[in-house]
Design a protein. Structure first.
Length: 154
């Protein structure tokens, strides 16, 4: 673990330092630093932030599913990343980031439209503290798997 000083997100935003804000978002910084960086990137409106914001959205899910460093609390970043992507007029794609985006927004039909790429976001959503989210994710996962049977299972 590094003892380096956390980035000053307010200073980076004031300087319109998109690269510095992207670095603050991508590093293993405290969740509040990452949230502030995502918020600032959305406010600055630079399209270079779309890719890093999409990665932050998906990486949070992968970490919480045990595919990465679980010491970080990435739940806080997802909502802010979605807001920042909205501010950047990003149109969700059919990849995992698009599925995660729609899951955060609670639009389960749009999640299901992403097909198999939605499975990680749906599995993750089943761990939500909200009964409503868990049930919606479970039902959507069933829809996705029924519509996309795997070889030998359908």
């Amino acid at each position: 673990m590094s003892n380096s000083k956390p980035p000053d997100v307010a200073d980076l935003a004031a300087k319109r330092d998109v690269a510095g804000l992207i670095a603050a978002l991508a590093r293993d910084n405290a969740p509040d630093t990452r949230v502030a960086a995502a918020r600032a990137l959305g406010a600055l409106g630079d399209a270079k932030a779309v890719g890093p914001l999409k990665r932050a959205l998906v990486l949070g899910v992968k970490r919480e599913l045990g595919e990465g460093d679980q010491d970080l609390d990435d739940r806080a970043i997802r909502g802010t990343a979605v807001e920042a992507l909205d501010a950047l007029s990003w149109v969700p794609d059919d990849e995992e980031a698009g599925a995660t985006y729609w899951a955060v927004k609670g639009d389960w039909d749009k999640v299901a439209e992403r097909g198999i790429s939605a499975v990680p976001a749906l599995v993750f959503a089943q761990s939500s503290p909200s009964d409503e989210v868990r049930l919606a994710a479970e039902a959507t996962l069933r829809r996705v798997l029924d519509a996309n049977p795997m070889d030998g299972h359908g």
